[in-house]
Design a protein around this ligand. Structure first.
Ligand code: TYM
Length: 339
């Protein structure tokens, strides 16, 4: 891969905090797989430094890190084609993150909606890392001079902040060094919602397990969760416009579209006018058909943690080979003396 000519550099990451949901799969991993191609350098990271912005039990963190690697590979990330590694093994992320803490402004951080949501009324008690997290995320992307960043809708603001940090660094030091990365937010499932409340995002940390599909759920549980998913009284509409004001219906249609590699329009063409009693079992069958092979493969890969660790070590070497020269150059620009 070192001699291939890559016209795009893709970077993205996922936190190993708790289990992985279908939201992470449809909004992120599935799209990462689709972006692997010979003209793309793709770098996919398990962002463990980000995970500890909230408390993680060390044994759980190790498990979640390996399980996320298993999910990447089981979903189709090829560690020979893409660079797959965990963030803490490439220290340049943290080092550039510090420099960006000195570039980003407190006022910018105060506008981050995800911090406000996560900290809630508890803002005085959360870690300083949770507050500074977006500048580490900017470092994750820019330490590779990445040009494209596939993410779900909830990360858009952080990628925009990354662009601001790159621009301010270039302006302050009068260089044209860091690129302006593009967030890639496309497909029908950029914001998968909670199965019990269509106004909330599906997340790892939601209170009830029935709200989300976990990538480790078995077929029976996946089917049960879709059967019990909140819907509404009307049948499916005859056009996508009819999904307006029906968040639960819209979510289930979008999930179907993403799992079947089609579009909400195509789903409505097939199911317009159908009752939930027909649509939900079809959705459950589709979800099982798509997700069960991944969860079985994840379980198989998890039986050999040493192999997973080896993949991470090799990926970290490749990542480091790209990141270190960019960090060295950044140090020179900033004026740090190097021996
Ligand atoms: P994280 O770990 O919360 O989520 C990982 C990816 O999954 C997407 N996602 C969703 N997409 C659709 N519907 C949902 N319900 C849903 N829930 C999560 C997220 O948008 C994300 O793409 N800060 C990032 C991790 C990160 C990162 C980076 C991403 C750190 N450095 C650099 C890109 C580039 C995060 O917390 O994602």
């Amino acid at each position: 891969m070192a001699d291939a000519v890559h016209t795009r550099r893709v970077f993205s990451g996922i936190k190993p905090s708790g289990g992985l949901t279908m939201g992470n799969y449809l909004g992120a991993i599935k799209r990462f797989v689709e972006m692997q191609s010979p003209d793309t350098m793709s770098i996919y990271c398990v962002v463990d430094l980000h995970a500890i912005t909230v408390w993680q039990d060390p044994a759980d963190l190790r498990h979640a890190t390996r399980e996320l690697v298993a999910a990447y590979i089981a979903s189709g990330i090829d560690p020979d084609q893409s660079i797959l590694f965990n963030q803490s093994q490439v220290s340049a992320h943290a080092e550039l993150g510090w420099i960006f803490n000195c570039v980003a402004r407190v006022g910018w951080m105060n506008r981050m909606t995800q911090f406000k949501d996560k900290a809630g009324k508890n803002a005085e008690k959360v870690s300083l890392g949770l507050y500074a997290y977006p500048s580490l995320m900017a470092a994750d992307i820019l330490i590779y001079h990445a040009t494209h960043v596939p993410v779900g809708e909830d990360q858009k603001q952080h990628v925009e902040l990354t662009r601001d940090i790159a621009a301010k660094f270039n302006h302050d030091y009068k260089v044209d060094f860091f690129p302006q990365p593009e967030p890639i937010i496309d497909g029908p499932a950029t914001r998968v919602m909670n199965l019990r409340d269509g106004s909330k995002k599906m997340s790892k940390s939601g209170v009830s397990d029935m709200e989300r599909i976990n990538m480790t759920d078995d077929a029976a549980l996946i089917a049960k969760k879709f059967k019990k998913a909140k819907s509404d009284a009307a049948p499916l509409p005859e056009s996508v416009e009819g999904l307006k004001g029906r968040p639960e219906a819209k979510n289930l249609v979008e999930i179907y579209a993403a799992l079947s590699d089609s579009s909400p329009e195509a789903v409505i063409r097939e199911f317009g006018g159908a009752q939930w009693g027909r649509f939900k079992p079809a959705l459950a069958d589709l979800a099982v058909a798509r997700l069960e092979p991944i969860s079985l493969e994840m379980a198989r890969l998890m039986q050999d943690p040493a192999e997973i660790d080896l993949i991470l070590a090799k990926g970290a070497d490749k990542a480091n080979a790209i990141a270190q020269p960019i960090l060295d150059k950044t140090y020179d620009i900033v004026g740090f003396v190097r021996g």
